[in-house]
Design a protein around this ligand. Sequence first.
Ligand SMILES: O=C(O)CCC(=O)C(=O)O
Ligand SMILES: [Fe+2]
Length: 196
Amino acid sequence: MNKLSLQLMDLLEISLGLDQAYFKHFFEENDSILRLNHYPPCQKPDSTLGTGPHSDPTSLTILHQDQVGGLQVFSDEKWHSIAPIQGAFVVNIGDTFMALTNGVYKSCLHRAVVNNRVVRRSLAFFLCPKMDKPVTPAAGLVNEANPRKYPDFTWATLLEFTQRHYRADMKTLDVFSKWVQEQESTQKSNTLGIYQ
Ligand SMILES: O=C(O)CCC(=O)C(=O)O
Ligand SMILES: [Fe+2]
């Protein structure tokens, strides 16, 4: 999974016109996560969700789902079911990759619904940066037409933030960025205070 995700990073890099293996080096060491989701049958599937709406805070998600179905993606103001295809993975962009590409690639809002008949299982591999590595966009993606959108941050900080602030919309990275900037300016004024 790790190897596949790095190969996908190469392709994404080519699609962005970058030529310095920036992402490959960036993710060479990583703190990726593997998660098994288990959704038992539910008596009230219309009033219950297996996984609530969210965007993955991670960089790239490679999801294997069984043949039951339940994954949905929000696009054009409605939820679309992503029907399982035997032998195929679903690949999602996460918030950290949105930051690394300065907003060129966008994360997507998705959820998992349940049913009242059978168990559903999915296996998600989340490519994540090394915990303490600064997440900063590739230089070639910041310019006058596309100025810097998000501050530098670490995966450890974003992970902790998302565990404390769940959002059922697409605004996680914007709200997190604002929080990081507020923290930085508080730190600056504290430092200035010491020397005043
Ligand atoms: O089970 C699924 O299809 C989606 C799971 C998911 O979105 C996640 O684990 O982040
Ligand atoms: Fe997800």
